[in-house]
Design a protein around this ligand. Structure first.
Ligand SMILES: O=c1ccn([C@H]2C[C@H](O)[C@@H](CO)O2)c(=O)[nH]1
Ligand SMILES: [Zn+2]
Length: 134
């Protein structure tokens, strides 16, 4: 499996999730084109709306380390779902803008079910930066 290493990284990231409210742990691993991998986990808060998903944690960490849109090669996400985990709408929006249309995404779960997709396939008819330019 092409994404074995990235899934292993996401699995390790998941163990660090801070989830006292949902007890639902998610891990993500974002590979850069230079080979560096940024891990992400979900981080919850008593003010529920402030919870940050694993996918966005990984992207924001990469950006905070100097990586830019165009620098990313693939994203893996793992959660304790019955089938491959489905990123939330907020994350799909962020993944599309920072990862780009063709970013390969591998979605999986603890049983090893796998869905290989792309950023654009996960958010059809997306709103984007181009819509803000008149
Ligand atoms: O793809 C997903 C789906 C959910 N969550 C988190 C958000 C929240 O902390 C918990 C329950 O929704 O799981 C993620 O991190 N990624
Ligand atoms: Zn999300």
């Amino acid at each position: 499996m092409q994404y074995e290493k990235l899934i292993t990284e996401a699995t390790a990231a998941r163990l660090l999730a801070y989830t006292p409210y949902s007890n639902f742990q998610v891990g993500a691993a974002l590979e850069c084109k230079d080979g560096r991998i940024f891990r992400g986990c979900n981080v919850e808060n008593a003010s529920y709306g402030l919870c940050n998903c694993a996918e966005r944690t990984a992207f924001f960490s990469a950006i905070a380390h100097g990586y830019k849109p165009g620098d990313f090669a693939a994203l893996a996400v793992i959660g304790q779902t019955d089938g491959p985990i489905a990123p939330c709408g907020a994350c799909r929006q962020v993944i599309l803008e920072l990862g780009g249309n063709d970013l390969p995404i591998v979605l999986t779960n603890l049983h090893g079910d796998i869905l290989e997709t792309t950023a654009a396939a996960q958010l059809p008819n997306a709103f984007g930066g181009r819509d803000l330019k008149k």
